[in-house]
Structure formats: C-alpha cells, structure tokens
Design a protein around this ligand. Structure first.
Ligand code: BDR
Ligand code: CA
Length: 310
C-alpha cells in the first residue's frame, strides 16, 4: 500500500525552488502528483522549463508539470534574476527537457485535481507568488475544502522584508493573490523570512553535501554554491537562506520547527507597506507561523535523503 503523502507543488524555479523539488522528489514519504508553475523569479517560460529540468535530472520526468499564470493579478510583474541568475537556476547546466509541458493550464489543473479530491485530503506547497492558487480559488472557491494543509514560503514579520524593508518577494510579487489565499480560511503553515533567514547554506553545509557521493548531492551543492555567490553579491556577503526547501523539510520533520497559531493578512494598499504580511496572534488560526528551526537537524534531513540515493 502506498502510504506516502500526496502532494501538489506550485513553484517558480528559482534556485531554492529547484532544491526544494529535489528534496520532495527524493523522499519516499512524499508522492509528488503534479507540479504547477508560475511567473516569479523568472518568466513563466523559464520556470516551466526549469521545473521539468529538475524532474528529468531526478529521474522523475513522469511527474506532470503544468504551466500556470504568466503574470500577477494586478501589479506589474517583478522578477529576481539577481538572486537566481538569468536562467533562474544558476549553478547547473541548462538543457531542453525531454518531457513536454503537460497539456492544460496550471490553474484549471489545480481546480480539476482539487475538486475531485476527498474533503481535507490534499497537501499543497506554494513556493512562489500565489497567483495560481488565488485564481483557482476565485474560479472555484469550493476547492478550499479539499486542502487539508497548505504550506507556503511567504512573508516576514519580525525580520522585515527582503525586497522592501517590509515585503518578502513571493508576497510582494503578487500581494493581491496572497491576500486571496490567506483569506480563504485554509489551514496554512507559513515558512517566512523569520525562520528561513536562520537556516543558511554556508560553506560548511555545502562541504557536508559534497562529501556525499552521487550526482544529486553534487547537483544540490552546485546549486547552493551558486545561490551563495549571488546572495553575497547583493546582501553584504551573506550566505543564501533555505527559503523554499523549508516547506518540504517542514512536511518531513515538523518536530524540528517551532510554530505559533495566528491569522495572516496582507497589505495591498500602495505605499511603503505594499506586500507586507501582518501576523495577528490568535489561537483560532487558521494559520501557523513558523518561528524557529533546528538548522543542524534541517540539513540532517536533506543529507539523509541524499545518502539514500548515493
Ligand atoms: C522567495 O523568493 C524567491 O526569490 C525564492 O525562490 C523564495 O521563494 C524568498 O523570498
Ligand atoms: Ca520560489
């Protein structure tokens, strides 16, 4: 019997999205059923190619990749090549994936899959701007009931933003979509900058990965090394945070994180706070804000998966 957790991943690869996909595709505990892509770190054409490249390199070309929205709901598109390179996944050789995009639009595919799922049966990760799920929720609000757990990399509270003093990239890139998703009443765990900035892929972490034999460990080390170079260039020599990988590591090992119940809202009014997440502590939720992670255990989870492939 297959007891692994069925999972849909919506992403914008993105170096850290690529590392996240690798972790998810390596784990026997997760069953990645579909990947939907969105414009974010780089345009949709590239995020859609990049997701398929990672699937192919991981021997998972059978996982369908659906292209979703090519632009945000309302605001002008923003991208993040400075942190991911022109290709979106600096650090590995670019090639044309053998598998084509799966037929159909990412949004209609989300609706199709979630509307036939049993109530509260689906886990969904969002690691880019939330445009696809927001559009799906506008078109078919009833799909919210199928999602048992949404895990998102988004926002920042105590630490502030990474794109403006207050806004984190995924929320800033489509605040209106993030507002729709957070307002949908879905149980959501939020991996924000508050926690991702405490787990960074410094040189000693990468050296640890390089000691593990096998092409996957090398590929992940190369991606993270490239990410560090880009991060250091723009952020005063700092090493890259493990933003998107934290969503999958959370699903695999929630016990290594600390969480508080809350309700998250998003500032969509133009001005200095545009794209800011506001976190109201409330035991009723429906959101859970991750406040801390055990960084050693975090890398331990990843290393164990890579050792299992070696
Ligand atoms: C988020 O923004 C993107 O650049 C990363 O892929 C991550 O999802 C971090 O703010
Ligand atoms: Ca991302």
């Amino acid at each position: 019997m297959n007891t692994s957790l069925p999972l849909i991943i919506d992403c914008d690869p993105g170096i850290d999205d690529a590392v996240m996909l690798m972790i998810a595709l390596m784990s026997q505990k997760l069953d990645v059923q579909a990947i939907t892509t969105v414009a974010g770190n780089v345009p949709l054409r590239l995020t859609s190619r990049n997701a398929r490249m990672i699937c192919e390199r991981m021997g998972c070309s059978d996982v369908p990749v659906y292209a979703g929205c090519p632009r945000p709901m309302l605001r002008k598109p923003v991208t993040a090549e400075d942190f991911h390179g022109e290709s979106g996944i600096e650090g590995i050789e670019i090639f044309a994936p053998k598998a084509p995009l799966a037929p159909g639009h990412g949004v209609t595919e989300l609706i199709a899959r979630l509307s036939v799922a049993a109530p509260a049966s689906q886990t969904v990760i969002l690691s880019g701007p939330m445009t696809n799920l927001a559009a799906a929720l506008v078109m078919a609000p009833e799909i919210a009931a199928s999602i048992s757990h949404l895990v998102v990399m988004a926002g920042g509270d105590e630490i502030g933003g990474n794109i403006t003093p207050f806004a984190e990239f995924n929320v800033f890139a489509d605040p209106h979509a993030a507002a729709i998703v957070f307002d949908a009443g879905i149980r959501t765990t939020v991996l924000s900058l508050d926690v991702t900035h405490t787990v960074r892929s410094g040189p000693e972490r990468i050296a640890g990965l390089r000691r593990i034999p096998g092409p996957e460990a090398k590929m992940m080390a190369d991606l993270l090394a490239a990410s560090n170079n880009l991060e250091a260039r723009w952020k005063n020599g700092q090493m890259a945070p493990m933003h998107d990988p934290s969503t999958v590591v959370y699903l695999l090992a929630p016990e290594i994180f600390e969480v508080k119940p809350c309700r998250v809202s998003v500032v969509t009014r133009p001005g200095a706070g545009f794209g800011r997440t506001r976190v109201k502590d409330t035991r009723r939720g429906p959101h859970a804000w991750v406040t801390a992670a055990d960084a050693d255990a975090f890398f331990g989870v990843i290393e164990d998966l890579l050792k299992g492939r070696a």
